[in-house]
Ligand binder design. Structure first.
Ligand SMILES: *Cc1c(COP(=O)(O)O)cnc(C)c1O
Length: 377
């Protein structure tokens, strides 16, 4: 029987078939699994016993991969050590040496580094382009994959996934989308025809800023390949972190509901603030809302450091998506290795602040930002 998103995200725990009937899946904090005799070892290789060694497979990491696959409505999923390792194993599952990837140029900074410095060292070609321009003119003979994000960072461009799927179908290409900012609560790229959907579970899936993890979901055929890459590269997630991430996911729907509402209220409240030149907040993500990241461009006369110093309880960090409201400064962190002129061209100027709106009381958030903005001019 089909379940609603909110039910699926809470009802994760596998039914226990053996021993103690715990309500929550226990943490299988073990590097290996034991065998009684040689037949028992053979039964692992025959596929009758699931686990051998935790780098190869573990109940907690399996539970996480399958839970996110369910939320994305995808066939299968695997958990990995970080968002970046999930992207890496996904790419290696989809692309061979000599083949070519077309990627959107306004994606997460760490992914840009991975694509241009590491993926290329596997003999894979990468071209970064503006996905809003004519995508098709950049497709080459050896192009096999289109790579983008459902909502980009930090300026929050919403990708037209239907168009990406249409172009991919026409040219028989695979597609991969980073759905970290939107989460499956707002957008389900696999349902739209995207082949591989990847997450930095470090962000909203975990939700509490206490783990680093990644999840890749998609077609069984591609996920099986990615699983082999993950095993061979040693990119597995620890059982404890998988367990914490699963615990986080159980409140994803209620957290997102509050995150999204608070973000909308903050974006509205700051729209006409005299210390602000522009508020970036999308309006076309989904009917459930438009995400929980609000990006501010401070006015030329605003002193950005004064703004940061007056944020009181709101922390300055180089991450996002925890339950606590936080701010980050892309020009000084994620984009600091990009030359200033290039950064300015991307719109990531020295006046850009990215706000990850938390689940606190909305009035407390709004008044703290208003106060800090007032102090900045
Ligand atoms: C943080 C982030 C990543 C990288 O994830 P890690 O868990 O830090 O490896 C990738 N994509 C997006 C959109 C992110 O925000």
């Amino acid at each position: 029987m089909g379940q609603a998103f909110d039910t699926k995200s809470v009802q994760i725990s596998m039914k226990r078939q053996d021993g103690i009937p715990t309500k929550v899946t226990p943490i299988h904090q073990t590097s290996a699994f034991t065998f009684t005799d040689l037949e028992d070892i053979e039964s692992f290789y025959d596929g009758d016993r699931p686990y051998l060694y935790s780098r190869v497979g573990n109940p907690n990491t399996d539970e996480l991969g399958k839970a996110v696959a369910k939320l994305e409505e995808a066939e299968d999923g695997i958990a990995t050590s970080s968002g970046l390792s999930a992207i890496m194993v996904g790419i290696l599952a989809a692309v061979k040496p000599g083949e070519h990837i077309l990627a959107s140029k306004d994606i997460y900074g760490g992914t840009l580094e991975l694509l241009t410095k590491e993926v290329t060292s596997f003999g894979i070609e990468v071209t970064l382009i503006d996905f809003e321009e004519d995508l098709e003119v950049h497709i080459k003979e050896n192009t096999v994959l289109l790579y983008t994000e459902s909502i980009t960072n930090p300026l929050l461009r919403v990708e037209d996934l239907d168009k990406v799927v249409e172009v991919a179908k026409k040219h028989s290409l695979l597609t991969m989308v980073d759905n970290t900012f939107a989460t499956p609560y707002l957008v389900q790229p696999y349902s739209k025809g995207i082949d591989l959907v990847v997450h930095s579970a470090t962000k909203y899936l975990g939700g509490h800023s206490d783990i680093t993890a990644g999840v890749l979901t998609g077609h069984t055929r591609l996920i099986e390949k990615a699983r082999t890459k993950c095993v061979n590269l040693g990119a597995n997630l620890s059982p404890f972190e998988a367990w914490l991430t699963v615990r986080g996911i159980k409140t994803l729907a209620v957290r997102m509901e509050r995150h999204v509402k608070n973000a909308r209220l903050l974006a509205e409240a700051l729209k006409d603030n005299q210390a602000i030149e522009h508020v970036y907040y999308p309006n076309n993500v989904s009917e459930k809302g438009n995400g929980a990241i609000v990006t501010l461009k401070l006015a030329p006369q605003a002193d950005i450091n004064q703004f940061f110093r007056n944020l009181d309880w709101i922390k300055i960090v180089a991450t996002l998506a925890g339950v606590e409201t936080s701010v980050s400064y892309p020009a000084g962190t994620s984009h600091r290795n990009i030359e200033k002129s290039e950064r300015d061209k991307l719109g990531v100027t020295d006046k850009i602040v990215r706000v990850s709106v938390g689940i606190e009381d909305s009035q407390d958030i709004v008044s703290t930002f208003k106060h800090a903005l007032q102090q900045s001019i």
